[in-house]
Design a protein around this ligand. Structure first.
Ligand SMILES: Cc1cc2nc3c(=O)[nH]c(=O)nc-3n(C[C@H](O)[C@H](O)[C@H](O)COP(=O)(O)OP(=O)(O)OC[C@H]3O[C@@H](n4cnc5c(N)ncnc54)[C@H](O)[C@@H]3O)c2cc1C
Length: 393
């Protein structure tokens, strides 16, 4: 039998692609190697919950405040108006998405992608079955590579797929303490401090009974475990029981091409798609899966490989500007403690808070009062040119 689409990877991007394709009546396979919980802070915005119909029982914590902490320990609490940031546990969330794809009609396969082969009979995904250990050859008209950061499908099939830059993120899942003066189960802490991360940030994300404490960096030689131990100490979390310790790469830049011009298209981390500044990837992975499924359907209908380009085009239409703004923010403010101090100062401005949270929560760049934009622009320039003290708000 020939699959219309063979999806490699059953994370948020692959499971979403498989579900959408199955719902559209396509014969679809979803291959995942299984057996590992994806290391992830698990924060998702309301837009993800709404667009991808995430049920309430997947949300293990509702975050109402974000606390931004500067290198000198100054902090600002940003209260999330009209909503919350949802926290999912990837152990259960990914499985929920995979089961939902199967219920929609996708074939679930468990094993490891090995390579793609082409012959007179068409395109075949070769994979190793987890139970039997045998190599299996599955014929498919199209392949979606949704196998995460450092994707084998991207490396094998798409130009530049093996050269995506990464930060390495590491976190420890701990048993959450009872609420106390340092820890609030409804508050995320985001720590901008060169001692924790010289080029990204550290975090404390509550997850109900558990919490994720971690940091990311693209700088070689940083001791991620020590940085996380320091973060736990400064957050009063050293004594909490550690449940898991794990790390993984976060891609830094979307690839210029997501398809191979023939029969493969990438989605999610495999395509390098994670928001700069925040490292947010779950929503973008699910959206990536959705646009890859749309592009695959267009290609199946037309028989034209160029329709696979639709995936990147659709994604960029809505997200290019946000990614650009977030990239310039990261480039400008994540490079030294002085700049990080200035960044936290800017976050004191309620107009900055409103605009950034609207962009995060609903994925929209909203127009604020014109005077607010002018004020933010001036504050930004004043900080970047050093006209004001780093602590000036
Ligand atoms: C420490 C850390 C914290 C993070 N925190 C957040 C956060 O709070 N919020 C947020 O939005 N994002 C966060 N991210 C980013 C987010 O986790 C990713 O962007 C997201 O998981 C990407 O989804 P995906 O489906 O593209 O890839 P993945 O989730 O990586 O899924 C890929 C799937 O492919 C499978 N696979 C891989 N290789 C093969 C193979 N050869 N054969 C078969 N199957 C294979 C894997 O088993 C996996 O299930 C974080 C990342 C890290 C590392």
């Amino acid at each position: 039998m020939t699959y219309d689409v063979f999806v490699v990877g059953g994370g948020p991007s692959g499971a979403t692609a498989a579900e959408d394709l199955a719902r559209a009546g396509k014969r679809v396979a979803m291959l995942d190697r299984a057996g590992r919980i994806k290391p992830c802070g698990g924060a998702i915005p309301p837009r993800a919950i709404a667009d991808f119909k995430i049920p309430a029982d997947q949300i293990v914590a509702k975050i109402e405040t974000a606390r931004m902490i500067s290198p000198t320990g100054r902090s600002v609490d940003i209260h999330i108006e009209n909503g919350y940031v949802g926290m999912v546990d990837r152990e259960h969330f990914d499985e929920f998405l995979r089961v939902r794809a199967v219920q929609a009609g996708a074939d679930r396969l468990t094993g490891t992608y090995l390579r793609i082969e082409r012959d007179v009979d068409g395109t075949h995904v070769v994979w190793r079955d987890k139970v039997s250990g045998n190599e299996v050859r599955s014929r498919a008209k199209l392949v979606i590579g949704a196998d995460g950061a450092r994707s084998d499908v991207a490396r094998d099939e798409v130009p530049g797929g093996d050269t995506i830059p990464y930060v390495i993120a590491y976190h420890e899942i701990i048993k959450a303490p009872a609420a106390n003066k340092d820890y609030d189960p409804k508050r995320c802490d985001v720590i901008y401090d060169g001692r924790i991360s010289p080029d990204f940030y550290g975090w404390v994300f509550p997850h109900g009974d558990q919490a994720s404490v971690g940091m990311g960096t693209g700088v070689d030689g940083v001791n991620l475990k020590q940085a996380t131990a320091d973060l736990r100490a400064s957050s009063g979390l050293t004594g909490c029981e550690t449940i898991r310790k794990e790390g993984a790469p976060i891609p830094l830049r979307p690839l210029d091409r997501w398809d191979n011009g023939r029969d493969v298209v990438l989605a999610g981390d495999a395509a390098g798609v994670v928001a700069p500044s925040s490292g947010e990837g779950i929503y973008y992975a699910m959206l990536g899966g959705r646009v890859a499924a749309t592009a695959a359907q267009a290609c199946l209908a037309s028989g034209k490989a160029k329709d696979l380009k639709l995936a990147r085009k659709l994604f960029m239409k809505d997200n290019k500007t946000v990614f650009k703004v977030l990239r310039s923010m990261q480039d400008a403010y994540y490079k030294s403690d002085e700049r990080r101090e200035r960044f936290v100062s800017l976050c004191h401005d309620t107009d900055v808070q409103k605009l950034t949270f609207e962009a995060y929560m609903n994925k929209k760049l909203v127009a604020a009062r014109p005077l607010a934009h002018i004020k933010i622009g001036i504050k930004n320039v004043a900080h970047l040119l050093g006209w004001v003290k780093p602590s000036w708000t």
